[in-house]
Ligand binder design. Structure first.
Ligand code: NAD
Length: 445
């Protein structure tokens, strides 16, 4: 099939590349000319395992191209996916201007039948608004007889494993209101589905809500475990025991039960907030989503307060090493990363900060622009901890877990660790001579 992707971010780039890899002809469009130029010269703007080789391979085979020319791209496409951002507005609602602008552009330049698919995460009713926008542009051009269809196909890939997730998804959700559209979408996804029942078709509104429900459910599990972890710290339990004790219950399952510094990233915070906002707009309280958000905000503060309590409010003259900046491992994405708030607080306490992340250093420099003159960006993890008085671990990269503890103790000025991801065994750390603080396991210290 010939496919046009509008928006070459994490979702658009991965989706477009994977569609091309299964034999489709894909043109990825973005308004960011620099990005398109970079992609055309083989520079990949994001870090995602396995993506670069796949892009280069499909580009070379002529199945994948990058352009800013939407008119040309949709002229011979059957499907057009909208994969632009839906960032949060100040009031917590999703900013739909990029989605609606994309729809406007489609209406302005389409001349053939097209199936327009919203893949961006959008509040219920947005796909209808996309249809209205295209219709009104067609009318303005006197082309109201031109036919098109819309569908919703929310994306569930995870940054860090995006290619693998897309190639082998748990399920594919397709929202549409016409049988033939469902048939066409099923055909497109057949090579990814591996079994027919992985493709779930439904009405458009249900598909839109499904995406928010999934993210809110996952965020709920994280906040729930973080609340339990705080209880453990107060009363003496070990959250890891609780995790194993409940995760083995088939009704509960073991995923997304790790306590830590709270969730971040470009999706959970904004999608939970959008749900809360949708409730407010429609006169009812999304009580669970509100509590999930509140616990998450509190969790970052809980970690910072733990550092303050165990050390002092004044870190003047102390070197604090920070391991991990991205919102989670295997990505360079700094959007809503808990590290941002934690580093700001550490700086307020007067600490000399040295940071290291395997992939997110450049993005972190952008995100922490105002504070950069106070931050040392170390070339590797051991350089960051050299002569440090404290190590604060924020992202669960594998290489941090594999550190030689004896060497770590040797290079640090003082062996003090605050582990925001429970990456180490507390008893092992004590045995190695560390003062070790973590989340919900402080009964050992
Ligand atoms: P992103 O910010 O990384 O990329 C969006 C891209 O769209 C940018 O390159 C931007 O320049 C481009 N763009 C904006 N307006 C455009 C227009 N009119 N025409 C062409 N290009 C345009 O966004 P993302 O992280 O890929 O997320 C996209 C959507 O997918 C969001 O709604 C997000 O919630 C959802 N989503 C994201 C993830 C994820 O892990 N990042 C996972 C599932 C769903």
């Amino acid at each position: 099939m010939k496919i046009c992707m509008i928006g070459v971010g994490y979702v658009g780039l991965v989706t477009g590349t994977c569609f091309a890899d299964k034999g489709n002809i894909v043109c990825c469009i973005d308004t960011d000319q620099e990005k398109i130029k970079a992609l055309n010269s083989g520079i990949i703007p994001i870090y995602e395992p396995g993506l670069k080789d796949m892009i280069l391979d499909n580009k070379q085979n002529g199945r994948l191209e990058f352009s800013s020319d939407l008119r040309n791209s949709i002229a011979d496409s059957l499907l057009c996916f909208i994969t632009v951002g839906t960032p949060p507005n100040k009031d917590g609602s999703a900013d739909l201007s990029y989605v609606l602008n994309a729809a406007r552009e489609i209406g302005k330049c389409m001349d053939n039948y097209l199936i327009v698919v919203t893949k961006s995460t959008v509040p219920v009713g947005t796909t209808d608004a996309v249809r209205d926008m295209i219709n009104s542009e067609l009318k303005a051009r006197g082309k109201e007889k031109l036919t098109f269809d819309v569908a919703s196909n929310p994306e569930f890939l995870k940054e860090g494993t995006a290619v693998a997730d897309f190639m082998c998804p748990d399920r594919i959700v397709i929202g549409c209101d016409k049988g033939p559209i469902a048939v066409c979408m099923r055909e497109l996804y057949k090579p990814f589905a591996h079994s027919e029942n992985k493709i779930i078709t439904m009405d458009i509104k249900s598909a839109e809500i499904t995406k928010y429900a999934a993210n809110a459910m996952l965020a709920t599990r994280i906040s729930f475990m973080n609340e339990m972890a705080q209880l453990c710290d107060k009363l003496g339990g070990d959250i890891e025991n609780i995790r194993r004790g409940i995760g083995t219950d088939m009704r509960i399952g073991s995923q997304f039960l790790c306590a830590g510094v709270g969730y971040g990233g470009s999706c959970f915070p904004k999608d939970v907030n959008e749900l809360i906002h949708t409730g407010q707009k429609n006169g009812f309280e999304m009580a669970i989503a509100s509590a999930v958000h509140k616990v998450n905000e509190g969790q970052k503060k809980y970690f910072v307060d733990m550092i303050k309590k165990k050390l002092s409010d004044n870190l003047q003259g102390k070197k604090i090493a920070v391991w991990g900046l991205a919102f989670k491992a295997q990505t360079d994405d700094m959007r809503e990363a808990p590290s941002l708030m934690i580093i700001e607080e550490l700086l307020k306490m007067g600490g000399q900060i040295a940071v290291y992340d395997p992939e997110a250093m450049e993005q972190a420099k952008q995100a922490l622009k105002k504070e950069n003159h106070k931050i040392e960006y170390a070339n590797d993890m051991m350089r960051a901890v050299a002569h440090a008085d404290v190590l604060v671990l924020i992202t669960d990269w594998q290489e941090f877990r594999e550190v030689d503890l004896d060497q770590l103790k040797k290079v640090m000025r003082q062996p003090v660790i605050f582990d925001g991801r429970n990456q180490f065994d507390p008893l092992e750390m004590v045995k190695h001579g560390f003062r070790y603080y973590c989340i919900g396991r402080n009964c050992y210290g």
